[in-house]
Design a protein around this ligand. Sequence first.
Ligand code: MLT
Length: 234
Amino acid sequence: MKIELYPDVSSVNEENLKDKIVVVIDVLRATSVITTALYNGCLEVIPVLEINEALALRNNNTILGGERRGLKIEGFDFSNSPLEYTKDKIEGKRLVFTTTNGTRAIIKSRYSDKIFIGSMLNAKFLAEYIVKFGKDISIVCAGTNGIFSMDDFLCAGKIVYEINKVKEVDMTDFSALAYLTYIKNKDNILEYLRYASHYRYMLAIGLEQDIKYCFQEDILDTIPIYKDGKIRRI
Ligand code: MLT
């Protein structure tokens, strides 16, 4: 069993993902939102690439959520803040969701038959679940605008760390580096994040509470899986 890691969505070769278990990460904030919404009773999340596609899917039981440049999209119900997706707002609803990087990475991974959504919030539960398949694992970091993002890399390291706690696996050099980076920084994640440009952008637009929320570890036992265009809990 081997774990490989893609630094950002532009480095993904779809063909290579086919026989792998795929985990997509956009820790700030798309995959944290998806995990939270499903935990709070959302029926399913439909990731789409474009704003127009989302608007066309609106109906009575649908919430439109997402962001562009980190901000709420005009005409949408919710932004990309996980704090908005509370039980009273999202339970029993369908979420149509479009973000700059996260939904793109999920859709790009669609050729694999098992695609999971990872975050710090569900890392341990997800790792314990996927190890049971005994198959090679590809972790896809969404990155930011086609560029490597330190925040996703740390979350990838956390997932590799949790997988290794259950079963010792082969790691590519890059996934081993993520693993070591997580171990080195896990007791002071905010200090590490100070160097991450996406983190600094989120801070600059006033999203400190979202960041604190997204970097809580193992608080949600939800394991989202993407299949046939929809993300649901397993
Ligand atoms: C994205 O998908 O690009 C991110 O989640 C960005 C954000 O949270 O604003």
